[in-house]
Design a protein around this ligand. Structure first.
Ligand SMILES: Cc1ncc(COP(=O)(O)O)c(C=O)c1O
Length: 442
């Protein structure tokens, strides 16, 4: 079997280096870069740069390329749509591809009396999920969690937990947002009780922090993404749901990173039988075309007044065509089942590597959403971001693009395109395993 990775220059090669030099002169510095290459094209899990180097992208365009780069069915749907019309503003002249996508998503999220609205980004969809929830409940307050990430607009930045790099210097923040602990078993002093302790903290907050009768919604990631691929104990989310029901609070599941099959179910919520009032999807949905969705009960989605929800570009027809193709591909190619196969291979490899690498504190996740938390030693569990930095740089220079997460920047996250072949997956994992050993020796 021929190798996927082919490096024909140092990274960056001369052509990439020339573009990166131009970039540094005209692009704002905060848009700093992770991979020292400039892409020419991508297919499946492979990207080829402008110097002819081919790498495996284990970041999958930060989770957007679940069906892989340039899937032929997505490309065809986009080209066909772009040739017919690229924009109208749905609320001026509607189009069928929007409605068709709505029908598909309502089915995928569980059917019933649900309705949808489309937006451009994950953050924009969360902002609008809050509008729907406030309109439906007539309440102002929001609950969110430590370690949560919901975007970079003013409200979603407020909902987001980590100060650096997302919030520092950008205040003042939006009012009526209350943050509570999210159960993080690996870092809990009582791992077996982490779920119950987090629920008790919410009950306590209803006495000390905010009147539950003024809370419109709880916004929660069923598995935290940016926060470190943290999987809550199985009793936490059902407990949260019943607490919400008791107080008339709506439950918004932020499935921007977990959704569309990444965890081996269309929604990560399904693994614990969670039935959110509102689900937010983005990333994999549009295969990188700017598209996000809010799917919720009709009584909630119909609550704001006429023209109260919208935006010039929301539910763009080309992005909707891409998303219709994505959902079809997920079905036809059995990618939800494939998530479990991919995840098992990733987990097995890291568990094997962990025998020789004590810096691997925990391998965790659901389906193909696997994170590896790096520590100085298993006893202290001190976060080890510098070890992970070495690992990621070594992997990159040997042809695997990978990304990190975690409140301490010490978790390696896998967002591998699920169309990756078994051979490509093993080849990429070989590079990552070598990188872990290399990081040990500095
Ligand atoms: C869980 C979650 N919510 C919201 C967002 C924000 O999405 P976007 O970057 O499209 O605004 C992200 C992005 O990483 C995310 O992971």
């Amino acid at each position: 079997m021929s190798r996927a990775i082919s490096l024909v220059t140092e990274l960056p090669g001369p052509r990439s280096a020339a573009v990166l030099e131009r970039k540094s002169r005209v692009v704002a510095d905060p848009l700093d870069l992770h991979a020292p290459i400039v892409i020419d094209h991508g297919h499946g899990a492979r990207v080829t740069d402008v110097d002819g180097n081919t790498l495996l992208d284990f970041s999958g365009g930060l989770g957007c390329h679940l069906v892989g780069y340039s899937h032929p069915k997505v490309v065809e749907a986009v080209q066909r749509q772009a040739a017919r019309f690229s924009h109208t503003d749905f609320s001026v002249i509607p189009y069928e591809t929007y409605v068709e996508l709505g029908e598909r998503l309502v089915r995928a999220v569980g059917g019933g009396d649900r309705k949808v609205a489309f937006f451009n980004s994950g953050a924009e969809a969360i902002e609008n999920a809050v509008k729907f929830a406030r309109a439906a409940t007539g309440r102002p307050a929001l609950l969110c969690f430590e370690g949560g990430f919901h975007g970079r607009t003013l409200l979603t930045m407020t909902l987001t937990s980590r100060h650096h790099p997302y919030k520092a210097g950008f205040g003042p923040f939006a009012p009526e947002v209350y943050r509570l602990p999210y159960p993080y078993p690996y870092r809990s002093s009582h791992p077996d009780e982490a779920g119950q302790l987090a629920l008790q903290a919410i009950e306590r907050a209803f006495v000390t922090l905010v009147d539950p009768a003024s809370v419109a919604a709880v916004i929660v990631e069923p598995i935290q993404g940016e926060g470190g691929f943290v999987v809550p104990p199985a009793d936490f989310l059902p407990g949260l749901e019943s607490l919400c029901r008791r107080h008339g609070i709506l439950l918004i599941a932020d499935e921007v990173q977990t959704g569309c099959g990444r965890t081996g179910a269309f929604l990560a919520s399904e693994h614990v039988g969670l039935d959110p009032d509102i689900v937010v999807l983005a990333k994999a949905l549009g295969a990188g075309y700017p598209l996000s969705a809010v799917v919720g009960r009709a009584s909630i989605m119909d609550a704001p007044g006429p023209s109260a929800i919208g935006g010039t570009y929301v539910g763009n027809p080309v992005a909707c065509a891409a998303a219709n193709a994505v959902l079809q591909v997920i079905d036809e190619e059995g990618l939800i089942a494939r998530a479990d196969v991919v995840g098992k291979a990733i987990r097995a490899r890291w568990e094997e590597v962990a025998r020789d690498v004590p810096e691997i504190g925990e391998v965790r996740g659901v389906g193909a959403m696997i994170g590896v938390e790096m520590v100085s030693d298993p006893q202290s569990k001190a976060p080890n971001a510098s070890f992970l930095g070495h690992l990621v740089r070594h992997a990159m220079s040997n042809g695997v693009v990978s990304v990190t997460c975690g409140i301490y920047h010490n978790v390696l996250r896998h967002l591998v395109p699920l169309v990756i072949t078994d051979e490509e997956l093993e080849e990429g994992l070989d590079v990552l395993a070598d990188a872990a050993l290399a990081a040990r020796s500095g």
